[in-house]
Design a protein around this ligand. Structure first.
Ligand code: TLP
Length: 346
C-alpha cells in the first residue's frame, strides 16, 4: 500500500497498535440497556472533564450536533449560528430536516462572533417572527482555520444567552485542540455552554465516536432522540475503549500537531502566490488562499498527489491542510518541499 502523507483532515488517522490492543481487551455489554461498562466509564469521564452532569456516546460529531439542536428546540425555532459553521454547512441540512429549525447566520471573523452581533439577531417577542431559542458556537472553528474562541467572548455570549432565556450549544469537535493551545481547560469552556459536543475521531485519533454533554435532564432528552435517530449501539465498549485510550495518551501530544501546522504556515508563506498569515494558525488547521498562484485548488491538489501528498481544496481558491497523529515533523518538511516544486518560491 502506498504511504501517503495525508493532510486532508485529522479524521484520517488509523488506530495505533496500543489503541487496538485496548479495544480488543475492552469489557463490553449491551449499551442500549446501559450495560456497557466501558461506555459508562467514557461517558462519566467526559462529563466530568466538561463539568457537566452527564454525557452520552454517539457515533459521530454530526449526530452529536443534530441531537443537541433537536433537544434544545421546537420546530419553527430559530438557531443563531456563524455563517461558515459546521452544523449550517456540512451536516446535510439536518437542522431543517431533523429539527424543523431555521438557522439565522451571522458572519464572524474566522468563525468567531461577538455578543453584540448575536444580541442584534435575537428576535423580538412578536408573532411575526420565529422564536430565537439557541445559539451554536464552534471551538475550534473548522472553516475559520482552527481558530480558538476567546474565553472572554464565550463568557459574554453565555451571559447574554442566560439574560435572554436562550440556550448555548458548543460544537467542540476540536475542543481538545482549543484547550491544549489556549491553556483553558475543557471544564472552563464547558461553563459557557449548556451543551457541548466533543469528538474522539479527529485529533485524538480514535476510529469512531463523539459525545454530547449537558445536564442530566438534557442528556436524557438526547438519549431519547438518539434512539429515534437510530444511534443506539450495542457492545460499543469496543469503540469507547479507543476513546478512553486516546484521552489518556493523545491529548497532550496535540501540541505537536499545532507546531507542525505553524511550521507548514511559515513555509507556505514563502511560496509564490500563497496568501496566509501564520499568526492566524492557532491549532492544527491551515487554510490558505491560492488565487494569485495562477492555479486552482483542485489543480494544486492533483499536482501534490503526484508527490504522494493528499490535501483538501476548498473550492477553487482555498486549500485546507490539517495536521494529526500520523503526520510527523519530517512529513511536514517533505510536504513543504513538494509545495515548493508545485508553486515555486516567491
Ligand atoms: N468535519 C470534517 C468534515 O465534515 C468537514 C473535517 O474533515 O473537518 N463539527 C466540526 C467542527 C467538524 O469539523 C466536524 C467534522 C464535525 C462537527 C462532524 O463530525 P463527524 O465527521 O464525526 O460527523
Amino acid at each position: 500500500m502506498k504511504k501517503w502523507i495525508d493532510l486532508r483532515s485529522d479524521t484520517v488517522t488509523r488506530p495505533t497498535p496500543a489503541m487496538r490492543k485496548a479495544m480488543s481487551e475492552a469489557e463490553v455489554g449491551d449499551d442500549v440497556f446501559g450495560e456497557d461498562p466501558t461506555v459508562n466509564r467514557l461517558q462519566e469521564r467526559v462529563a466530568q472533564m466538561l463539568g457537566k452532569e452527564a454525557a452520552l456516546f454517539v457515533p459521530s460529531g454530526t449526530m452529536a450536533n443534530q441531537l443537541a439542536i433537536k433537544s434544545h428546540t421546537q420546530p419553527g425555532d430559530e438557531v443563531v449560528i456563524e455563517a461558515t459553521s459546521h452544523p449550517y454547512n456540512f451536516e446535510g441540512g439536518g437542522g431543517a430536516v431533523l429539527s424543523g429549525i431555521q438557522f439565522h447566520c451571522l458572519k464572524g471573523i474566522r468563525g468567531i462572533l461577538d455578543a453584540s452581533q448575536i444580541e442584534e439577531a435575537i428576535r423580538p417577542d412578536d408573532h411575526h417572527f420565529p422564536v430565537t431559542r439557541l445559539i451554536c458556537l464552534e471551538n475550534t472553528h473548522n472553516r475559520g482555520g482552527g481558530s480558538i474562541y476567546p474565553a472572554d467572548k464565550m463568557t459574554e455570549i453565555y451571559r447574554l444567552a442566560t439574560s435572554k432565556g436562550l440556550s448555548v450549544h458548543l460544537d467542540g469537535a476540536r475542543l481538545w485542540n482549543a484547550s491544549v493551545a489556549s491553556g483553558v481547560s475543557p471544564h472552563e469552556y464547558g461553563q459557557w455552554a449548556d451543551s457541548v459536543s466533543v469528538c474522539l475521531s479527529k485529533g485524538l485519533g480514535a476510529p469512531i465516536g463523539s459525545l454530547v454533554a449537558g445536564s442530566k435532564k438534557f442528556v436524557d432528552r438526547v438519549h431519547r432522540f438518539r434512539k429515534m435517530f437510530g444511534g443506539g449501539m450495542r457492545q460499543v465498549g469496543i469503540i469507547a475503549a479507543a476513546g478512553l485510550y486516546a484521552l489518556d495518551h493523545h491529548l497532550e501530544r496535540l501540541k505537536e500537531d499545532h507546531q507542525n501546522a505553524k511550521r507548514l504556515a511559515v513555509g507556505l508563506k514563502e511560496l509564490k502566490g500563497v496568501s496566509l498569515d501564520p499568526k492566524h494558525v492557532e491549532t492544527n488547521i491551515v487554510i490558505f488562499d491560492v488565487t494569485e498562484t495562477g492555479k486552482t485548488g483542485p489543480q494544486i491538489a492533483e499536482a501534490m498527489k503526484r508527490h504522494g501528498i493528499l490535501i483538501h481544496p476548498f473550492g477553487k481558491t482555498q486549500i485546507r491542510l490539517v495536521t494529526h497523529l500520523d503526520v510527523t515533523e519530517e512529513a511536514v518538511e517533505t510536504a513543504l518541499r513538494a509545495f515548493e516544486e508545485v508553486l515555486g518560491k516567491k
